[in-house]
Design a protein around this ligand. Sequence first.
Ligand code: UD1
Length: 337
Amino acid sequence: MRILITGGTGFIGCHTTVELQNAGFDVVIADNLSNSNAKVLDRIEKITGKRPDFVKADLSNARECALVFDTYTDIQGVINFAAYKAVGESVEKPVEYYKNNLGIFLNLIENMTHRGINYFVQSSSCTVYGEPDSLPIKETSPVKKATSPYGHTKQIVEEMLSFITKSTPVKAIALRYFNPIGAHESALIGELPNGVPNNLMPFITQTAMGIRKELKVFGNDYPTPDGTCIRDYIHVVDLAKAHVVALQRLINKEYKEDLEFFNIGTGRGFSVLEIIDSFEKSTGKKLNWTFAPRREGDIIQIWADTSFAEKELGWKAQEDISSMTLSAWKWQEALAE
Ligand code: UD1
């Protein structure tokens, strides 16, 4: 069965392509390469023995999007990763974020409904929950007012899907990711941020590599056991596998609602200092870091209740934190070779 993976050369998209191909699916990737590199296709081929088809396309452009479906008339499902994703940038360029992230989504859905393609998996985020009232957070917890245009686009797509899946044959699953880190065990694919990383893990590995002088730990006076923020970090390979089971649930008509939401995390929270500690222990590298003021917009702590995904998808994260930090480091080392 042919699946379209939008944004498939990006961090989560390429790991998901590997897992889908391993599960026997044929993949066509559509990506505009604005934040990724076509070389990743060689790497995917090296890992899986199979090269995914690839179309360079700006899916926010209606004509380019339709051309992908015209070229690959055997597409039966879509996994949508194509989106701008920098929180800070989205505050500065809200119109671009709405136009791109919502435009891509609408173009995809329009083509799907016109062509009778009914399975849709959407890349969503725990950011839709905002600062949780109670932990761990369940899928039934309220969606709070968005604090950035980026987060808002994730919320809007979820809401649009809830109406679209009611009145069309399209059925969908939105996976709400917690914090994906780590890399494939082959160290052939991983996260490759453009410029100075915003996210914690690539900043850590680049600092350990000497590319950055020191890591700034944002805030040491949060009401948490060690004063730093807590997140639910999840290995990107575990996350990729969740997409395979979500897609199979749609194909096998095992869903219980037209649109379902699942938390994709480990169910365990780690503070920034615990991540640094895990990185140092798993790699044997000493990290240069210092405390800095809080980063605006950071939530204090969040981790997932994953029982719904376990029960319904039969999916549970397998990798522990040291495997996440070690694989991220091995990827960073491989990049330097
Ligand atoms: C953010 C977004 C999330 C998005 C994710 C991945 C929000 C609330 N969250 O998550 O939607 O999916 O990025 O793109 O918008 N930290 C440091 N020093 C650094 C970098 C980070 O101390 O140099 C700390 C942060 O304060 C935070 C933790 O590390 O406590 C994780 O930060 P980060 O990796 O940026 O992810 P989130 O902000 O949780």
